[in-house]
Write a protein that binds this ligand. Structure first.
Ligand code: XMP
Length: 264
């Protein structure tokens, strides 16, 4: 039995305004990466739901990844989590890292936006025309956001994002991630991702963005990034998953991260 869905609910405010509002009202810059790994799908759904409900007052957004979409399915379970996040005044980000041809990208974004997601992540490697242009267009028409990967948090991120590239128009050599930061500005992205494991890259990207676009930084805790260094470097939002979810007391863990920030 399939239920027909197919309408993107227009958002009155843009994604950036919504996350700023949530951040102010919850006095938090923490985006929860809701990445539980459990084989029992019922338990996975219940645990995820419970975590959103418990931690919501200390978050500015929830980020969902394939950890939930693959086992639970978009409809109705993940859609339900998005609705609950919204009911608790939190925007929901789908970390789908869109990375295909334009028509396929449009379809991916459309499905997530229809499920209620407020923003999607995408990979700028694929370029604009016939790549990410349809995603930005759809997002713009429906009040949704697009967050671009600029420098990832894992150890070998430099193999791709750190490469030297030659600008085909000027012949100048540049670092790939700085070119991506410029594209994020030119394309009107609503955020960029720079790994917390590379605070010096956050600083450099910030110089290109000049506060026009917020930096989302994953990789705090388990991956080795330190929240205070990332905050000092200029990230706006902190994406944290396992260091909260796998803690014996997730509520205390999220509060401790928040307090760490308050002391900045
Ligand atoms: P942890 O458990 O390491 O989870 O706190 C981090 C979450 O963020 C995702 N992640 C990234 N997403 N660019 C992204 O767009 C990155 O560089 C990056 N590094 C981590 C990860 O999949 C998990 O959901």
């Amino acid at each position: 039995m399939f239920t027909i869905i197919g309408v993107i609910k227009m958002s009155a405010k843009g994604f950036q305004a919504r996350i700023e509002e949530a951040s102010e009202s919850h006095t938090s810059k923490i985006v929860l990466a809701l990445d539980y790994v459990l084989n029992d799908r019922e338990a996975l759904f219940r645990r995820s739901l419970q975590m959103v409900e418990t931690l919501a007052p200390h978050l500015c957004a929830v980020k969902i990844n394939r950890h939930l979409v693959l086992p639970l399915g978009l409809h109705p379970h993940v859609e339900r989590l998005v609705t609950v996040a919204h009911d608790l005044d939190l925007p929901a980000i789908m970390d789908c890292k869109i990375n295909d041809i334009g028509d396929t990208n449009h379809e991916i974004a459309r499905r997530y936006f229809e499920a209620g997601f407020d923003a999607v992540t995408a990979n700028p490697f694929i370029g604009w025309e016939g790549g990410l242009e349809p995603v930005f267009k759809l997002a713009g028409e429906s009040g949704k956001g697009v967050i671009l990967l600029v420098y990832m948090s894992h150890r070998s991120a430099g193999e791709g994002y750190g490469q030297k590239v030659v600008d085909s128009r000027t012949g100048h050599e540049r670092r790939q991630y700085l070119v991506f930061a410029e594209r994020a500005v030119a394309w009107g992205a609503d955020g960029v991702v720079v790994g917390a494991t590379y605070p010096e890259k956050i600083r450099e990207v910030n110089q290109v963005l000049k506060d026009r676009i917020p930096i989302f930084s994953p990789g705090i805790g388990v991956q080795g990034g330190a929240l205070n260094r990332v905050a000092e470097a200029g990230a706006s939002y902190f994406i944290i998953g396992r260091s909260i979810l796998l803690s014996p007391d997730p509520l205390e863990a999220v509060k401790a991260f928040k307090e760490g920030l308050d002391r900045e």
